[in-house]
Write a protein of this length. Structure first.
Length: 105
C-alpha cells in the first residue's frame, strides 16, 4: 500500500512537468516587440508576459504573405514567432508580421 501511495505521489509531482517538456511541440509567441539588441528581441506577449528570443542565421521572416527581413523588425511591431521546442534561450525559426497600416492623406 505504501508503494502505491508513493507511486501516486511521484506521478502527481512529475505529471505537470511532463506536459511542458514534451518534444516535437512548436512554441508560438504572439505579441509586440519592446526592444531589439542585435540578434536578441524582447517582446510583451498577448498574455502580458515578457519574452525574449534570438534570431539565428536560419530564422525566416514573413511579411504578410511575402518574404520579410530582420531589418524590418522595429519596436512596437506586432509579431508571431515560432520558437522551436521551447528550449531556453528561445531561438526563432520563423517571425511573421504585417506591414504597419499607413493612413492615406
Amino acid at each position: 500500500m505504501k508503494n502505491l501511495m508513493f507511486a501516486a505521489l511521484i506521478l502527481a509531482v512529475l505529471a505537470p512537468a511532463a506536459t511542458f517538456a514534451h518534444p516535437g511541440h512548436e512554441h508560438k509567441l504572439m505579441g509586440t516587440i519592446t526592444a531589439i539588441d542585435g540578434n536578441k528581441v524582447s517582446m510583451k506577449t498577448t498574455e502580458g508576459k515578457d519574452a525574449t528570443f534570438t534570431v539565428t542565421p536560419t530564422t525566416s521572416f514573413k511579411r504578410g504573405k511575402g518574404k520579410g527581413a530582420q531589418s524590418d523588425l522595429k519596436v512596437g511591431l506586432r509579431v508571431v514567432v515560432n520558437a522551436g521546442d521551447g528550449a531556453e534561450p528561445l531561438k526563432a525559426k520563423e517571425v511573421q508580421y504585417t506591414a504597419p497600416a499607413t493612413t492615406a492623406k
